[in-house]
Design a binder for this molecule. Structure first.
Ligand code: SF4
Length: 498
């Protein structure tokens, strides 16, 4: 059967209006057709209709939280990452309790209600470091929601942490424990961390699940299957989680669809099994290339492809994998099918970002929230994201170190976020981690954006991480006492990667 086209989807085969209405579900090849050829304005209208069906047409939300990267030490070697350090690097760090508490106090002082704790995958910190960090924060700040430890960190916990009754493995080799022991230890560690104060899991480290892409971008990091298993365990023990996707590097467009399909399928399973936890949100963003090893690859030329040149090899491989013609774990077979795959980059700009986000809203019919990634795309594209299926502007965070190490991230305060939402035609509203509205901000004089007299003082500023030289990691046996390593005034936000 011929692959569907946008017009056939719209007018005959499926009826995209039915998809936007929630009466029909997209199949992978239909998602791919939308991603490849739907006119962007039409895609925006459909994704907006889907967002309005789920969230209404009045409010669009944001959260006030803070991203704290408690360590930059990591045993993985992601080729898109400029944040990680090796254990003995001069600028490796582990934040101590005093430093972390000082950051959370700053968050509380501006009305924040959530902290996102993520690190690299540190090989030496004991379980007591993590439980101590959580319980110390819960004791000092009981009102703050602790959203912490993305799946790759959990995968490393299972490998290296010493837990009574369970074996350990070398960093990055947790699978050598055997699947049964791996899953049992994962759940045991998760329950320990929950008992210490963990409230929910962030979806960092999703990138692209397909192993034919992942082995090139994330050596030493959790596999896509492990990432999904961590989240399923979190759902089983009663935690809410988010899902992410980082695209615009080596992957084909079908890899993005397959990634969304994996999230949708696992959410179906959680719903069918009536698990107490679920995915609440999905956020995607394009790879940021500066200072990363992947940046050394040549760029694909999409214009030459349009004029009849070679197709992007990532697309060739992704579609062959989706058709079942090649085992994505068989590297030699993948090379035979698409010799150039993994050797050329196809980065994503603003329109490709909006296109992908809009398709995610239409494809992920069982996921409540779609977040706009203004942190990497900038405030203008982030604002436009609200017209391409996003219902949430994410966080007014106070710090971001991971994406900013690979290029520019943007710094917006609550007033500016409110103004972006309002200028897009919605009423801004602060939410909590469960997407419950805490406070609406109609256009009245006490709204955060209405209290600004001089907008020239509120211009968005690009920020980059800046680490103090010579700061060494010192935490081996408990909470560390290493000073803050991020320069003062580093004010803002983002999806972290680990
Ligand atoms: S992206 Fe995360 S897991 Fe990968 S190297 Fe960087 S810090 Fe480590």
């Amino acid at each position: 059967m011929a692959a569907p086209t946008f017009s056939s989807l719209l007018h005959r085969d499926l009826g995209l209006t039915a998809v936007a209405d929630g009466r029909k579900r997209l199949r992978p090849e239909e998602g791919l057709a939308l991603l490849k050829e739907a006119p962007l304005p039409a895609l925006g209208r459909l994704a907006s209709a889907a967002a309005e069906r789920i969230h209404g047409d009045r409010l669009r939300t944001y959260v006030i939280d803070r991203n704290i990267n408690y360590t930059n030490v990591c045993t993985a070697a992601c080729t898109f990452c400029a944040f990680k350090r090796n254990l003995n690097d001069a600028d490796a760090y582990v934040l101590g309790e005093a430093a972390i508490h000082a950051k959370v106090q700053e968050l509380v002082d501006i009305g924040g209600n959530q902290v996102l704790l993520q690190g690299g995958m540190h090989p030496d910190l004991p379980l007591g470091f993590y439980t101590g960090m959580l319980s110390g924060l819960k004791k000092a700040f009981p009102q703050v929601h602790l959203h912490a430890f993305s799946p790759p960190e959990f995968v490393e916990f299972v490998a290296v942490l010493e837990v009574d009754g369970f074996p350990t493995a070398r960093p990055g080799r947790g699978e050598t424990l055997g699947r049964g022991a791996w899953l049992a230890k994962l759940e045991a560690v998760m329950r320990e961390l929950m008992a210490a104060g963990l409230d929910s899991l962030p979806g960092g480290g999703g990138e692209i699940f397909g192993p034919h892409v992942r082995h090139r971008i994330g050596p030493g990091k959790a596999s896509g299957a492990q990432w999904l298993d961590v989240m399923e365990t979190a759902h089983r023990v009663g935690m809410r989680t988010s899902a992410t996707m980082m695209f615009g590097h080596l992957e084909g467009r079908m890899d993005r669809i397959q990634h969304m399909d994996a999230v949708r399928s696992r959410q179906d399973r959680a719903i069918e099994a009536d698990l107490p936890g679920r995915y609440l949100s999905f956020i995607s963003w394009p790879y940021q290339r500066e200072n990363t090893p992947l940046d050394r690859l040549p760029d694909h030329d999409p214009l030459a492809e349009k004029r009849g040149g070679e197709p992007f090899p990532g697309d060739v491989l992704a579609e062959a994998v989706a058709r079942g013609e090649v085992d994505p774990e068989d590297r030699a077979a993948c090379r035979r099918v698409a010799p150039g795959a993994g050797k050329v980059l196809r980065t994503a700009g603003g329109t490709e970002y909006l296109r992908t986000q809009a398709v995610s809203r239409l494809y992920l019919d069982n996921i409540h929230s779609i977040g706009s990634s203004w942190v990497t795309m900038g405030p203008r594209i982030g604002q436009l994201g609200l017209l391409y299926g996003a219902n949430d502007m994410g966080s007014v965070m106070m710090e971001e170190n991971v994406v900013s190490a690979a290029g520019t991230t943007y710094c917006l305060n609550e007033a500016t976020l409110c103004r972006l939402v309002r200028d897009a035609g919605f009423v801004p509203a602060q939410r909590n981690n469960r997407y419950e509205v805490l406070q609406e901000h109609p256009d009245t004089p006490d709204a955060p954006d209405r209290r600004i007299d001089d907008w020239s003082t509120q211009r968005p500023r690009a920020q980059r991480a800046a680490f103090e030289p010579g700061v060494k990691a010192e935490a081996k046996d408990g909470p560390a006492t290493v000073p803050l390593t991020v320069t003062a005034g580093h004010v803002q936000a983002a999806p972290a990667l680990a």
